[in-house]
Design a binder for this molecule. Structure first.
Ligand SMILES: Nc1nc2c(c(=O)[nH]1)N[C@H]1C(S)=C(S)[C@@H](COP(=O)(O)O)O[C@H]1N2
Ligand SMILES: [Mo]
Length: 257
């Protein structure tokens, strides 16, 4: 083990202990101070929510680390799946839908060496991964489906993400549905830019032609009708700087499960 690994491990253990102690003694503010030192303060840590959101985010990151979301077997797939909300009805989306999404592009920009656009066909031609995971909505319902897509980490590598990047902000053709994740989730092998579901193409109700699947967090982080990714080291320039529209509405930015 190299020196730097030893130092990192020791620090991590110490931080882990501090967070557990702070959590256990209900002094979440202490945990918040510790988390701050390690850059584990979520963007929606504001006002009365700050200690709770921070404790939740920092302890998940330190205790669960890269732990994968549970994967199920194909016979556990829910039939039919539950589609949430209505698909976009604006003229632009309807046009895309009628042309089989031939002109749909996923744009990747920000802190990358080679910003650019990918068509759905280009994404389908890349190495894809399939996994059976659960979509858990904050409202209490859930369903299990098989998702097929390009791991986000592969896409980020392809466009040459710069090492200083800290977050990936993602946007939908539905303007309110923008959100962001940190690099723990962005680089996690289960985080996919999904183009297929249950063995077929992604249905309109579930986000056609592309959606992000972040199976380690609640359903609302899995934004449908995905159009654009922005790689950044700060969430300040996006909306109110809280990391997502949902966070501005009172939902936690980090909703690990
Ligand atoms: N663009 C967009 N993405 C979205 C939503 C939406 O309404 N629009 N709903 C979210 C919520 S709250 C959940 S729980 C999941 C549900 O996924 P489903 O529609 O496949 O069931 O999608 C999320 N992504
Ligand atoms: Mo949801």
């Amino acid at each position: 083990m190299s020196d730097s690994t030893t130092t990192t491990t020791t620090r991590r253990n110490w931080l882990r202990r501090s967070l557990l102690l702070a959590g256990g003694s209900t002094s979440a503010a202490v945990a918040a101070r510790v988390a701050d030192q390690y850059g584990l303060v979520p963007p929606d840590a504001r006002g009365i929510w700050a200690p709770g959101h921070t404790l939740n985010y920092a302890s998940h990151r330190l205790l669960a680390g890269d732990a994968p979301a549970r994967e199920f077997t194909r016979d556990q797939i829910s039939r039919p799946p539950h589609a949430n909300g209505k698909p976009p009805s604006d003229a632009e989306y309807v046009r895309h839908r009628e042309s089989g999404f031939a002109d749909w592009r996923l744009r990747i920009e920000g802190m990358v060496e080679r910003p650019g656009e990918f068509s759905v066909a280009e994404l389908r031609a890349m190495p894809v991964r399939s996994q059976v995971t659960q979509v858990a909505c904050e409202e209490g319902w859930s369903y299990i489906a098989e998702w097929t897509g390009v791991p986000l980490t592969a896409l980020l590598e392809r466009v040459g993400m710069t090492p200083k990047a800290k977050y990936v902000v993602y946007h939908s053709i539905q303007p309110r549905w923008w959100d962001s994740i940190d690099m723990y989730d962005a680089l996690h092998p289960q985080t996919l830019v999904v183009c297929g579901m249950n063995g077929g193409t992604l249905p309109v109700g579930h986000g056609a032609p592309l959606r992000l699947r972040v199976p380690r967090q609640l359903g609302y982080k899995s934004v449908k009708y995905l159009t654009r990714l922005t790689v950044t080291d700060s969430l300040e320039g996006f909306g109110k700087g809280m990391g997502s529209f949902a966070a501005e509405r009172g939902y936690a930015w980090y909703s690990g499960i």
